[in-house]
Design a protein around this ligand. Structure first.
Ligand SMILES: Nc1ncnc2c1ncn2[C@@H]1O[C@H](COP(=O)(O)OP(=O)(O)OP(=O)(O)O)[C@@H](O)[C@H]1O
Ligand SMILES: [Mg+2]
Length: 259
C-alpha cells in the first residue's frame, strides 16, 4: 500500500540548532504512528513542518505522493491534514458548536458577502454545518453535546482537549496529528481519551494518526508503530515492545547511567 505521508531527509535549523535532522519516515492510511522523545527533541517541530507552519531547511515531504514543501497551513488543511496543539488553541470566547463549525470552514462555499446580506444560501449552509457539528459531537462526547452552547473557555481542560480533536475531525482529515492529547489529564480522563481515539478509528478506519505522547501507557495501547527521536534524529522505530528494549531509547530518556 502506498504511503499517505513520507518525509525524506527532512531537516530544519534554527540558527545553530538542528531541530530535525535528516528524518526519514512514513505513514500509511489507517495507521497510528506514535512519536516519542524527550522534551525538546523535535516532536512538535516535526508536526509544524508537516502542517506547513515551518518550511524545512532541506529534505522533502510527500503527501499522497506529491511534494508539499512550501504549502502553507491552510493548503495542508485542504489537502487533508488536521491537528491539535500542545497548548489548546480553541476560540475561547466562541461556543463549543461554533468551534466545531470553524473546523469545516474550508469546505463551505458561501462568501463573506453572503453572510453580510444573510442570504438564504449562507443560512442553509450554516444550518447544515450546525447539524453536522452536532452529529460529530454526539458521536464523540455526550458532555460536549450538552455543553454545545457554552463558551469553550468555560469547559474543563479534558473537555477542551476533546473539543480540539472534534474541531480537527470536522475538517474530515486523512491525517490527524495529535500533540500530547493526554497532557494534564488524570488516569480516568486518559482512559476515556484512549476510548475516543479507538472510536475515531471505528468511524474513520482509513484515517492515519500521528500521536505525540509522554504517557507511555497511551502509546503502548494505541500506536501500532512507534518512532523515537532525540535531538531531532530518529534513534529507534518499531512496535512499542521492541523500542522499549533498545538501549539508545533508555539512554535518551534516562541518561547514560541507566544503560
Ligand atoms: N521557532 C523556533 N525558533 C527557535 N528554536 C525553536 C523553534 N521551534 C522549536 N525550536 C527549538 O527546537 C527544539 C525542539 O523543540 P520542540 O518544541 O519541537 O520539542 P518537543 O519534542 O515538542 O518538546 P516537548 O516534549 O517539550 O513538547 C527545541 O530546542 C526548541 O527550543
Ligand atoms: Mg512539543
Amino acid at each position: 500500500m502506498s504511503y499517505l505521508l513520507e518525509t525524506k531527509d527532512l531537516t530544519i535549523r534554527f540558527g545553530g540548532l538542528v531541530a530535525i535532522k535528516e528524518l526519514n519516515t512514513h505513514i500509511r492510511p489507517g495507521e497510528i504512528l506514535g512519536l516519542i522523545g524527550p522534551n525538546g527533541s523535535g516532536k512538535t517541530t516535526f508536526l509544524n513542518l508537516i502542517t506547513g507552519i515551518y518550511k524545512p531547511t532541506s529534505g522533502d515531504i510527500f503527501f499522497q505522493g506529491k511534494s508539499v514543501v512550501g504549502a502553507p497551513p491552510y493548503d495542508m488543511l485542504r489537502k487533508g491534514v488536521a491537528r491539535t496543539f500542545q497548548n489548546n488553541r480553541l476560540f475561547s470566547n466562541l461556543s463549543v458548536l461554533d468551534n466545531v463549525i470553524i473546523g469545516m470552514h474550508h469546505k463551505q462555499r458561501s462568501q463573506w458577502y453572503h453572510a453580510v446580506f444573510r442570504s438564504s444560501f449562507a443560512k442553509r449552509e450554516l444550518r447544515e454545518a450546525a447539524r453536522k457539528a452536532t452529529e460529530l459531537l454526539e458521536f464523540f462526547s455526550r458532555e460536549l453535546v450538552e455543553d454545545r452552547y457554552r463558551k469553550a473557555i468555560e469547559l474543563p481542560q479534558a473537555h477542551r482537549r476533546k473539543l480540539e480533536i472534534c474541531r480537527a475531525l470536522a475538517s474530515e482529515p486523512l491525517l490527524l496529528l495529535l500533540d500530547e492529547p493526554a497532557a494534564g489529564m488524570d488516569p480516568e480522563e486518559t482512559q476515556h481519551l484512549m476510548e475516543d481515539i479507538r472510536k475515531i478509528r471505528k468511524r474513520m478506519p482509513d484515517i492515519a494518526i500521528i500521536l505525540i505522547e509522554h504517557d507511555m501507557n497511551v502509546i503502548r495501547n494505541i500506536a501500532g508503530r512507534v518512532i523515537v527521536i532525540n535531538y531531532g534524529q530518529k534513534i529507534a522505530e518499531g512496535a512499542f515492545s521492541e523500542i522499549c528494549q533498545e538501549s539508545c531509547v533508555l539512554e535518551a530518556y534516562l541518561g547514560e547511567a541507566a544503560c
